[in-house]
Design a protein around this ligand. Structure first.
Ligand code: NA7
Length: 542
């Protein structure tokens, strides 16, 4: 029997960007709410990812909450991008400013969640041996929280220090050490750049399986004048963000790449290169880089030419140049390619010399053994659904979410809810929009809290452990329809042809499936509104 004080109207799992705002909204609705998180404090992604060089690659002014205007205008940010310590400080500041901390419990990992149909509640077991019950279960697990440790033989034999970027310790010291790093996605590029710049290691060897395209981030201090202009126009800025596709604060291009002359193409690419930001390079320059192969190749060749210009050692430059499509999550950096001009920084192409094993001393490839003191895994995450399927979540009739998703891949309605899992709502679940994250988190949080408010109004219930109340649940047809739509929207995308986490291709054995809605935030929000206006189309009546 659960102690009465362990029953909540809503339990929110995750104390990051999404969970914090969810808590605020539900408390404002006068619900009894608790947030639990496995971490020791607030921050979510920013709590765990404290590796060297960790930063957001969304401009600071829109990598925040839009709903606290006063704070938006006054809270300090001095550079174009916020770094991990600042992101963490910002989230802590918001929690304190709105007095949310008393409703948050840390060092508490959700182990299982089971829906009890008779009582219409969720029963939650945690790592602290506590049992919580709640009417609404809101998951704010993030898109990227389950680390991907590649299955390389001998990992446990390595005698040096070993880290995954997604679970970085509070301090480290690499001075005078031989450091190896596997992985060169957004994370790897940031770590390599930072360690290279600090120049304290004896040697840094990057083990690269697939070269990637990266453009400058354009980071740097912002002037008071810049900040004033942002402050003077915040309402318009958020309006533009919500009415764009990728929500990065720029207008996406409507000009096809091959419709302009080669000179104009290069000029536009150069302009984007000088301004900085990966999403800007991919979506602001031309309209069709991610759908038209010829257009894509133009962008690829532009970036390859920059690598050749930057990296003096032609052998290193050769290894760094990708040949696949420019159609993974676009990367940007603070001087990544420049680091390879440092004699201490080397690159091993795993396509040319695959890893045979991790040994006591380091990494053994088919060509040689590289001795290391430190081995860093920047090997990413079992993204999106991986955060869910690792947990024991059981809906109606004891069906597990893992089983529900085993055949067709992770299906949901709107990226928010799942048939047979009543009153469970996900913030950025599978098949939510592919965008700058905070505006999508806010969209989801607002939709979920408004939906709960409607449910509460229409379904009065008793307080206490025995409750009935509303059942918020999509129909199976709606769920299938949404999945079909997401598949259709990504049909022509070159992203679909590129082996990355965006389609679940980075984890061996994981089903290759659509994990995002590629229609853009504006279109996503339009559809949401249509669903609400139609009386919650696709949901069972509640
Ligand atoms: P990513 O983008 O999934 O990158 C992981 C990197 O690790 C990538 O370079 C992989 O190479 C490499 N990798 C993975 N497994 C292996 C093995 N077995 N051997 C060698 N190399 C391997 O993760 P990130 O953390 O960089 O970024 C994820 C998101 O976090 C990012 O998009 C941001 O939004 C935040 P591959 O390319 O698969 O050949």
């Amino acid at each position: 029997m659960v102690a009465a004080n362990n029953h909540y109207d809503a339990l929110v799992v995750g104390g990051g960007f999404g969970g914090i705002y969810m808590l605020k909204r539900l408390l404002d609705q006068k619900l009894r709410v608790k947030v639990i998180d496995a971490a020791g404090d607030v921050g979510g992604t920013w709590y765990w990812n404290r590796y060297p060089g960790a930063m957001s690659d969304t401009e600071s002014y829109i990598y925040r909450y839009s709903w606290d205007k006063e704070d938006l205008l006054s809270y300090e940010w001095k550079e174009h991008y916020i770094k991990q310590p600042q992101a963490l400080a910002y989230l802590g500041h918001v929690v304190d400013r709105h007095n949310l901390r008393p409703h948050m419990q840390f060092n508490t990992e959700l182990l299982s969640a089971q829906y009890n149909e008779e009582r219409n509640i969720w029963v939650i077991e945690t790592s602290t041996n506590e049992t919580f019950t709640c009417h609404y279960l809101v998951t704010a697990l993030g898109l990227l929280s389950k680390q991907n440790w590649p299955d390389i033989p001998g990992r446990e034999t390595f005698k040096g220090e070993m880290y995954h970027t997604g679970k970085w310790p509070k301090s480290h010291d690499f001075k005078g050490k031989k450091v190896g790093i596997i992985g060169n996605g957004s994370t790897g590029v940031q770590v390599i750049t930072q360690i290279g710049k600090e120049n304290e290691v004896e040697r840094l060897v990057t083990f690269q399986r697939s070269p990637q395209y990266s453009v400058p981030s354009g980071d740097g201090p912002v002037s008071e004048d810049y900040r004033r202009k942002i402050n003077d126009n915040y309402d318009e800025i958020w309006d533009q963000v919500r009415n764009s596709a990728v929500a990065f604060g720029f207008e996406e291009s409507t000009v096809p790449c091959m419709s302009v002359s080669p000179e104009e193409r290069r000029k536009k690419f150069q302009e984007a290169w000088d301004l900085g930001n990966g999403f800007r390079f991919m979506f602001w320059t031309f309209s069709d880089l991610t759908v038209d192969e010829a257009a894509n190749e133009e962008a690829c060749e532009f970036i390859r030419s920059k690598i050749r210009e930057t990296v003096k050692d032609q052998e290193k430059a050769r290894k760094l140049q990708p040949s696949e499509f420019y159609a993974r999550r676009p990367l940007c950096d603070a001087g990544y390619y420049e680091q390879f001009n440092n004699q201490k920084v080397d690159i091993v192409s795993l396509k040319e010399e695959p890893i045979e094993a991790i040994t006591e001393k380091g990494i053994k490839t088919t060509k040689q053994e590289y001795e290391l003191d430190v081995l860093i895994f920047a090997t990413g995450f079992d993204a999106v659904d991986g955060n869910y399927t690792r947990l024991k979540i059981r809906g109606r009739d004891g069906e597990s979410l893992k089983d529900h998703w085993s055949e067709a891949g992770p299906e949901s309605y709107l990226g928010v809810c799942v048939n047979n899992f009543p009153n469970m709502m996900m913030i950025t679940g599978p098949n939510g929009p592919f965008t700058n994250i905070p505006p999508t988190l806010e969209t989801h949080v607002e939709f979920i809290s408004d939906t709960i408010a409607r449910a509460e109004k229409n379904n009065p219930r008793n307080d206490g452990t025995v409750v009935k109340g509303a059942v918020i649940e999509p129909t199976l047809d709606a769920e299938k329809g949404w999945t079909d739509l997401c598949n259709k929207l990504s049909e022509n995308s070159l992203f679909r042809k590129s082996p990355s986490w965006i389609f679940g291709a980075n984890v061996p054995g994981k089903k290759y499936s659509s994990l995002f809605f590629f229609g853009g935030l504006k279109e996503y929000r339009r559809r949401l509104q249509e669903i609400i206006d139609g009386g919650y189309v696709g949901f069972k009546p509640f």
